[in-house]
Design a protein around this ligand. Structure first.
Ligand code: ZN
Length: 345
């Protein structure tokens, strides 16, 4: 286990110490140069030509982490590290947790740990996140919206706000606001359909949450001097809803795109003022689908948008009366349609 070095004669009069680059490690048996070294176990150096172990018990600099992944079953996964810390949970999740199912003192320890409030808090949060995740999954809402909803929920939870409200209502409100913040707005009725929280409740919690988040944001911007953060959600524009409802109806891109433009024109011009955005969307989809020669009945649209077919026809009549102004050549060209396709009612 010896190592030999050949050293060139040291430079004469060298004032400062420098690494001697002329020194080489070679095998004392073969004296091969350059040496044929191998590092089989990464903690020893072996001569590749004669097999002499030149150095052993070296420090192994390999990582020794575990990921606890499923491939770990055969003990062939050498990495030993857990997940990254989740910013949606409290603390940095570096605690040791004691496994359940033991007896005696271990069982008592397990129970004592379960009583810790920080752990309990995280468990409640996890349950709420799971609920939000499940609701969003079942509702085809993107992950970014679900994560935003979770983040909003955490702000509420951190401030111990809305203590009297049921968690389901707060979750419904957070999902509703998250959808708007991520520019994928859903209507109260759609949120109601998944969360079973009544429209009235959602409307109420939405207003209070909005106020709460805006107030939080002001506080936070004072603290850290940033103007980023919670932006007050603007009310949903009818054109933002056209894409989703259009694809539910099986309309092609041209048609719903034109309906979106028309609904913007209608909103800006103040036609149908006082009617809900949903009625405007429904009437525009009805009109443009007829214009484009792929008509959808008021009943079909009613089933998707969730306003009565009577309302759709009423709104359409108002639009039809103004057709000379609203149905511009641009709209007709965009929809690739014909004004003659438009029905009287
Ligand atoms: Zn050798």
């Amino acid at each position: 286990m010896s190592m030999a070095t050949t050293t060139a004669p040291p430079g004469v009069g060298a004032a400062k110490w420098e690494k001697n680059l002329s020194a080489h490690v070679i095998c004392p048996e073969c004296k091969e140069f350059p040496p044929n070294l191998e590092f089989p176990g990464s903690h020893e150096t072996v001569c590749g030509s004669c097999g002499l172990v030149l150095a052993d018990r070296e420090i192994d600099i390999h990582s020794e982490w575990r990921t606890f992944s499923n491939d770990d079953q055969n003990n062939d996964d050498p990495s030993r590290v857990g997940e990254t810390s989740n910013i949606l949970l409290n603390g940095n999740q570096l605690e040791t947790s004691i496994a359940g199912g033991a007896t005696g003192a271990a069982r008592q320890l397990y129970r004592a740990q379960n009583k810790l409030s920080s752990e309990k808090n995280n468990k409640a949060l996890m349950a709420a996140y799971k609920e939000i995740g499940a609701l969003c999954d079942g509702f085809n809402i993107q992950k970014i919206v679900a994560d935003t909803a979770k983040y909003l929920f955490k702000i509420v939870d951190d401030h111990k706000a809305f203590k009297g409200k049921s968690q389901d209502v707060i979750i419904a409100g957070c999902i509703f606001i998250a959808c708007r913040q991520c520019h994928a707005p859903r209507t109260f009725s759609e949120i109601f359909a998944v969360t079973k929280v009544s429209r009235k409740e959602i409307g109420r919690i939405y207003k209070s949450l909005e106020k709460f988040f805006t107030a939080q944001n002001i506080e936070r911007s004072v603290q850290v001097g940033t103007d980023q953060g919670f932006k007050q959600t603007s009310s949903t524009k009818p054109s933002e809803l056209c894409e989703r409802f259009g694809s539910f109806l099986g309309l092609d891109y041209r048609t719903w795109r034109t309906a979106a433009d028309l609904s913007d024109d209608v909103t800006n011009a103040g036609d149908l003022a006082g009617r809900s955005p949903l009625s405007i969307v429904a009437a525009c989809l009805y009109l443009v689908s007829h214009l484009a020669g792929a008509p959808k009945s008021a009943k079909e649209i009613s089933a998707v948008v969730g306003v009565s077919d009577g309302t759709i026809r009423g709104a359409y009549k108002q639009l039809y009366a103004e057709k000379d102004r609203l149905i511009t050549d641009e709209i007709v060209a965009k929809a690739n349609g014909d004004r003659a396709n438009l029905p009287q009612s």
